[in-house]
Ligand binder design. Structure first.
Ligand SMILES: Cc1ncc(COP(=O)(O)O)c(C=O)c1O
Length: 394
């Protein structure tokens, strides 16, 4: 069971006398709430296992690093003593033009995570229904819990979003419907025609939120969220600078939606939520076609290699449309994750992600992928001879 917020103790001041009863102070909707836990960091592995160079394949980051154009632009960032413009007209215009839209169709956030939160802030009252696939990106459920919404979770079918079941779960009380395409943590995508039928059949008052953080890694036949927006105005398509441009640390997310929805969301956000360094880096990365092509190429090769190796090792993996793969292991995911950690390979256990027998592995550089496969292959015989529900051996 994940630790509830009311049980989480202050880390720096463990014995703070006179602290109020969390059941009285915390908002009711937060009492059973489990805070988001980011994956294990490289530093933690260095400290705990004394491994100088751990390999991190756990947060779906860009293994090639950051767009060189963005890095060069960041190097020259100036005027940091001055609040940067709040409207970001130039960058919105550029992002909009890629899809023949206007600046008014674009909303910017401190990472696309902030945009998910803004959607709840602007549109969700306590008790409102929110339809969420399960498993999917944990933030959707987390924000539903924070805002006291009723999360209607719809299980995936064979690792893929079950759109007919999500449609059946959506009704007059539904405020938001989340589609993550490709889906985190399974990496799968939905068929374009099925997605379009689903979007057309949803109640028009529900806001369809399409998270396409990994869209650039998907094959062109996949759904372009913006095409759905063109036919269904109550739609928000979320994209991010964190993955394809390698800008996770600057925090920049963007969304395409109808001008009215963008206006409502903008009216509840913090001022200056996107800083000058993020804006400068994104404006430069946008045109870095060479880096984007290299990133996609590395991803495709790595995906083909890993998929082939999983097949050779007899491990089932969901077909991935993203920059990570969810692979099945013969023991509990948490135990498999720990065994790999001891060998300096950081992956994400599916244990906390709704996939108790799978690891989510980001596609890395060729030598990182090979090191992961070597460690996995060395561990497999012990895992296969371990009793079904106990931890890893070795
Ligand atoms: C589905 C999904 N959406 C969004 C993000 C990233 O959000 P941000 O733009 O805040 O970095 C991630 C990152 O892991 C993700 O998996």
């Amino acid at each position: 069971m994940p630790e509830r917020l009311s049980q989480v103790r202050a880390r720096e001041a463990p014995e703070a006398d006179g602290m109020p009863d969390p059941e009285r102070l915390l908002r009711k909707s937060l009492r059973g709430f489990a805070p988001y836990k980011p994956g294990t960091t490289v530093d933690e592995v260095r400290r705990t296992y004394g491994i100088a160079h751990p390999i991190k394949l756990s947060q779906n980051e860009n293994p090639l690093g950051t767009s060189p154009r963005a890095l060069a632009a960041l190097h020259d960032v100036d005027a940091l003593s001055i609040y940067f413009e709040d409207d970001h007209r130039a960058i919105k215009t550029r992002l909009a033009a890629r899809y023949g839209l206007a600046a008014e169709n674009v909303i910017l956030g401190h990472g696309s995570n902030e945009l998910v939160q803004l959607v709840f802030t602007a549109f969700v009252d306590p008790g409102d229904e929110v339809v969420i696939p399960k498993p999917s990106f944990g933030l959707f459920k987390k924000d539903a819990d924070i805002f006291g919404a009723r999360a209607v979770e719809v299980p995936l079918a064979d690792g893929v979003l079950d759109l007919p079941a999500m449609l059946r779960a959506s009704g007059p009380r539904t405020k938001l419907v989340f589609v993550c395409d490709p889906n985190n943590p399974t990496g799968t995508r939905v068929e374009r025609a099925a997605f379009e039928r689903f979007a057309a059949a949803l109640p028009p008052d529900a806001l369809l939120v399409i998270d396409q953080a990994y869209r650039e890694f998907m094959d062109p036949a996949g759904t372009e969220g913006v095409d759905i927006l063109a036919r269904r105005p109550s739609t928000l398509v979320l994209r991010t600078a964190s993955k394809i441009w390698g800008l996770a640390a600057v925090r920049f997310g963007y969304g395409y939606t109808s001008p009215q929805i963008a206006t409502w969301m903008n009216s509840v956000r913090l001022p200056f939520n996107v800083g000058r360094p993020a804006a400068v880096a994104v404006l430069a990365a946008l045109d870095d076609d060479e880096f984007i092509a290299r990133s996609i190429d590395n991803n495709e090769r790595g995906k083909a290699y890993l998929s082939g190796e999983f097949a050779r090792l007899g491990l089932h993996a969901y077909p991935s449309a993203a920059n990570f793969i969810a692979v099945e292991v013969p023991i509990e995911a948490d135990a498999a994750y720990r065994a790999l950690l001891e060998r300096g390979i950081i992956v994400r256990s599916g244990g906390g992600l709704g996939m108790p027998r799978r690891l989510r592995v980001s596609i890395g550089l060729p030598d990182e992928n090979a090191a992961f496969i070597a460690a996995l292959e060395a561990l497999l015989p012990a895992w296969r001879s371990a009793p079904a529900d106990i931890g890893a051996v070795g």
